[in-house]
Design a protein around this ligand. Structure first.
Ligand code: KMH
Ligand code: ZN
Length: 277
């Protein structure tokens, strides 16, 4: 039976603990959230970490400690964010790879990001992709706009397949400045995958109120899912998210209804080409 890869993005770099008290910001909170999310159907965790003041950080020591703790406490695939916060310099974002995660995100182009700019120059993308190839880290290519898929085609044609040989992309939809979180945009992205290697898989996430339409559209289109408090802190109108597991459990229920139940981490490793068992 076909299954659904569910990625949880529990923290992100933008939401503040004050605005969302359930946001996991300490290592202990993150490990608890990871265990709860694994229990209800997640197989990948997309990680941003915070410092002692709950501000986003790319501190390498903390990233290594976090990677170790999630591996000790769960069977989840550890995907570190190389995107960080919009203020993070490129060298710090590249250094994330030195924490030796199973996966790292790799955003395929610059995008307006609310009032900010999330900068991803071509030369930076190439550096990230080729360093991941040499370190055996599997990328998840983050697609904020249709043109990012054309950039990915160019990247793979010029620099070859990623570590593990499998291409997996994540459509991040509904960011103010990126593509909208609509069925039409998702269908356009899916159509553009025909220019990428055969077998390319996709997941999708909708920011804020686009969470549910994007989730349902992705399932209907044969895609996988990403959910979490990085992307939405509202479960329903006037109802704050209680935990990341609440969002994963809802995604898993939709996936079961679609006859594509959650994928086990071991199957996700095989699909994504991750060597570590
Ligand atoms: N926080 C955003 C600026 C990623 O994790 O790779 C970038 C982001 C993408 O979240
Ligand atoms: Zn992220």
């Amino acid at each position: 039976m076909a299954t659904t890869l569910i990625t949880v993005a529990p923290t992100g770099a933008e939401v503040s603990k004050r605005d969302a008290p359930a946001l996991p910001v300490t290592l202990d909170e993150l490990v608890v959230a990871a265990k709860e999310c694994e229990a209800v159907g997640a197989s990948v965790i997309h990680i941003h970490i915070r410092d002692d003041e709950a501000k986003p950080t790319l501190d390498l020591g903390r990233l290594k400690e976090t990677t170790r703790a999630i591996r000790e406490g769960t069977g989840l695939i550890v995907q570190l964010s190389s995107g960080g916060a919009v203020t993070d310099p490129e060298e710090h974002r590249l250094a994330v790879l030195d924490a030796a995660p199973d996966m790292a995100s790799c955003t395929m182009g610059t995008v307006n990001f609310g009032d900010d700019v999330f900068m991803n120059r071509w030369a930076f993308i190439v550096e990230l992709h080729t360093r991941m190839q040499s370190k055996g880290i599997v990328p998840e290519y983050e697609i904020f706009d249709l043109g990012h898929l054309a950039a990915l085609e160019r990247l793979l044609n010029k620099y070859g397949l990623p570590a593990g040989g499998h291409v997996h992309v994540d459509f991040v939809m509904g960011v103010p400045g990126g593509m909208p979180g609509t069925v039409e945009a998702l269908v356009a992205c899916k159509a553009a995958l025909t220019n990428l290697p055969e077998g390319t898989t996709f997941s999708a996430t909708g920011i804020g109120r686009t969470t549910l339409p994007v989730l349902m559209a992705s399932l209907a289109a044969g895609g996988h899912l990403r959910v979490g408090m990085e992307d939405t802190v509202t479960y329903a109108r006037s109802q704050p998210v209680e935990s990341n597991a609440q969002l994963v459990a809802r995604a898993a229920s939709f996936a079961r209804l679609a006859q594509r139940p959650p994928m086990a981490p071991a199957d996700a490793r095989r699909l994504l080409g991750i060597a570590r068992g």
